[in-house]
Design a protein around this ligand. Sequence first.
Ligand code: HEM
Length: 494
Amino acid sequence: MILLILTSLFLLYLFDLLYWKRRNLPPGPTPLPVIGNLHLLNNEVKPGYKMYENLKEKYGPVYTFWMASLPMVTVTDWQLIKQHFIKEGGNFVGRPEYPISIEIRKGPFGIIESYGERWVQHRRFALHVLRDFGLGKNLMEEKILGEVTAMIDAIRKSPDDVDMQNIFDACVGSVINSLLFGYRYDETNMAQFLELKNRMNKHFKMAAEPIGGLIGMYPWLGNFPFFKSFKNVIMDNWMGLMKMFRRQAEERLTTIDYESEESSDYVEAFLKERKKHEHEKGFGGFEMEQLESVCFDLWVAGMETTSNTLYWSLLYVLLNPEVHRKVSEELNKEIGTDRIITTSDRSKLNYVNATINETQRLANLLPMNLSRTTVVDVEIAGFKIPKDTVITPQISTVMYDPEIFPEPYLFRPERFLESDGSLKKVEELVPFSIGRRQCLGEGLARAELFLFFANLFNQFDISLHPENTSPATEKEFGITMKAKNYRVVMKNRY
Ligand code: HEM
């Protein structure tokens, strides 16, 4: 009798898993019990672009990928992405909840993982603060140029053997930290920066592993021996980051000058807004938990992405001598001195801009874009997709699509130039994603990429270190793709 009940339950479970749950979803690989399709991430060539391409080939431009028990509808075709995520952008503004993240953040706080009213309020607030820093007194460019000068000084201290990853990390980290907290990293607080960077690296690496995905979906797995130590590392690491941000924000609470109208950093702007809402329930959405989560989001989203792109840009240029020559020629012609290049030079440096664009396309930092959820029922390519379905516009597949970018794995800045040498607008170049949840830091990131790249190549003749003349171009796995370490030699150009 018991055997009969167990067999029936098992058959019911299989019926649900293999047919019932999938009946209204676009096709896709068969999910396995518990892990869904997570095993595919391990079976295919890392970091996963190929897997998404193969799934597109096999199941068409819209397919379902199972992240453990969570079905993710994935849209890979540019025309469909444009038609739905841009033109009907308001339908795709939700975010899925990941139980482990909710546990650590103490709720759906922040910007990246919040949704509904909170997301609207804080995305608007963040854009407003960043715009304020960018306009008028141009605090943003001032802070970036301060770090460009720090980069040049750091290189000049030991130009014969440089690993630019560390220098980019410290400079880009200083830009975001000084926008958030008002101070940069130098010899006096380098230990704090290194701790942050270490924790961030670990965080990204673990979050991108299939086992990280599994624990993210089922934090209770951490009660079992095999998963326990893994979950403990994730928790310690992530909580440690949140504590660092919380401590700094609380320190500011005691020193802030509420009388002055202007704010010189994000935390100050947030705390002043909090004060205005102090008599409202939950400080009108400006709780300390929200601040701690926003600091985490802006740090996570703003540091590794930009620094890794810069490291790729240097590698790709050094491996393509013809591109290097053209970058140098343009800088000689348009700048011609060792003065610091500013954003007002941007429109003159078409080849430099095209090289940065091509770096962003080829580095293709996020094999798997952040997922959204539908906030109403939608129909894509004939599939009826209900409200609250997890859905991902897969920008990495678009940027490696050979129909759009022929020979997509070759580095060719000319893709982004018109025949008269002016910069070509290519709508399918979407490293910052698309629609209403498009990257919030795009303006900041673009300014950083241009100013660091242009000034680096204007100041220095750069070559690969003689002991490291053919560095690897394979990507190191994480949520954003890292280049493997390589070293360079720098000589002053002026
Ligand atoms: C090269 C640098 C960067 C790249 C390639 C990049 C890329 C992205 C991508 C692909 C998304 C996902 C959008 C989606 O959901 O479809 C995103 C979201 C986001 N990015 Fe960036 N990003 C970069 C730099 C930055 C910087 C410097 C900041 C902040 C200062 C930032 C803040 C954010 C935030 C807050 C979100 C979440 C937006 C939301 O959910 O409304 N990013 N970024």
